[in-house]
Design a protein around this ligand. Structure first.
Ligand SMILES: [Mn+2]
Length: 356
């Protein structure tokens, strides 16, 4: 298992790489290029510079999150083959610089959705929350609220120029139902997985956030059955999963422990996002501090499911709260994520030693 943290690059992230290095147990950062338009090939010089910075700071960069999928691929537009060819080239380019895992998602329009970016917890810390009544508004209002509350930081998957045309984007997805979207995912995977096998890269799809339909959009990565179908349809170890405990648990019907155990046992869990959430009521929740006592997930059982089934992939705390006066990109402060790392590694050490 390799512990990592997400880093948004020298321009987009105000946390210096050295600070990640100083978090005990963190071996690598998960990175991405943010100045390449979605659908374009990631140029080798930019990849080299990005990976080189991590190495210079004594950190690995073996996971990329994300190489986003162009809408034309998700929609199944005639131009998709060109974008898939570009994606294949990006995979080859990343492999050349030691990248082993590519995290991606296959959600239409929005990569994730929260309705409150600055939800105040009783201890005064700030976190992100999702409450259903928060999406009972017009699309434009919801988009505006998220973008206006990003504290001035670009949000992954929320490119303002793309979302400025949110109605147009929705119109393009009008004929794409679950079955169509699934077909388009499989078409994409059948094309890219052989390249991954050739160059030693693993694809790892992230579950939908939230794992149920919002605004009538299709959803195909929302539960154990969906994840199993994806793995089985293109049955290669290079076709795997990023299991995000926080996302998958947003649907209380999902048994996150069983899903983790099963995917790990099958060798298809390549990357784990481990965080806790607190269900407020029904499917409303906020992102809590990592320890079990603060959320609805039992983090010991989460780590035990990974540990007891031989997890050997990459892991990172996902989001953190803002504590100790820290400000920045919502979900991605240093302090609370670092506490998360320490807690998760503490659980892991206990599991290891209990076995001896
Ligand atoms: Mn996640």
């Amino acid at each position: 298992m390799q512990m990592t943290m997400r880093w948004f690059g020298p321009k987009e992230d105000k946390i210096p790489l050295e600070h990640f290095r100083q978090v005990p147990g963190v071996e690598g950062v998960v990175g991405a290029l943010y100045d390449v338009p979605v659908g374009d090939v990631w140029p080798t010089d930019k990849i080299e510079a990005l990976v080189g910075q991590a190495h210079a700071a004594g950190l690995t960069m073996e996971v990329i999150e994300s190489v986003n999928i162009h809408d034309d691929i998700k929609i199944g537009a005639p131009s998709r083959d060109r974008y898939i060819d570009n994606y294949k080239q990006t995979i080859r380019n990343l492999a050349q610089y030691g990248v082993k895992v590519i995290c991606y998602n296959f959600m239409p329009v929005f990569d994730w959705m929260k309705t409150d970016m600055n939800y105040v917890l009783p201890d005064g810390s700030l976190t992100m929350a999702f409450e259903k009544h928060g999406v009972d508004k017009s699309l434009e209002e919801v988009v505006k609220e998220v973008l206006d509350n990003s504290n001035g930081f670009a949000l992954p998957g929320w490119e303002p120029e793309r979302l400025a045309k949110v109605q147009e984007l929705f119109a393009r997805y009008a004929d794409v139902d679950d079955d169509k979207l699934r077909e388009n995912l499989f078409y994409f995977l059948r094309a890219v997985i052989p390249v991954c096998e050739e160059v030693g890269v693993k694809m790892a799809i992230h579950p939908d956030d939230p794992p149920y339909s919002i605004f009538g959009l299709p959803r195909i990565v929302k539960n154990h059955a969906d994840l199993t179908l994806i793995c089985d349809t293109v049955n290669s170890p290079a076709n795997g999963i990023t299991l995000c405990t926080g996302s998958i648990a947003e649907d209380p019907d999902n048994n996150v422990y069983e899903i983790l155990a099963d995917l790990t046992r099958r060798g298809r869990l390549h990357f784990a996002h481990v965080r806790n959430i607190k269900i407020i009521k029904d499917k409303d929740f906020y992102e809590s501090a990592h320890p079990s006592q603060y959320g609805s997930l039992d983090m010991f059982r989460v780590m035990k499911a990974l540990h007891d089934n031989g997890f050997d992939g990459y892991i990172r705390p996902d989001h953190g709260r803002f504590i100790w006066g820290e400000t920045g990109r919502p979900g991605y402060g240093l302090y609370d994520r670092a506490l998360g790392v320490t807690y998760l590694l503490g659980l892991w050490e206990a599991l290891e030693k209990a076995k001896q």
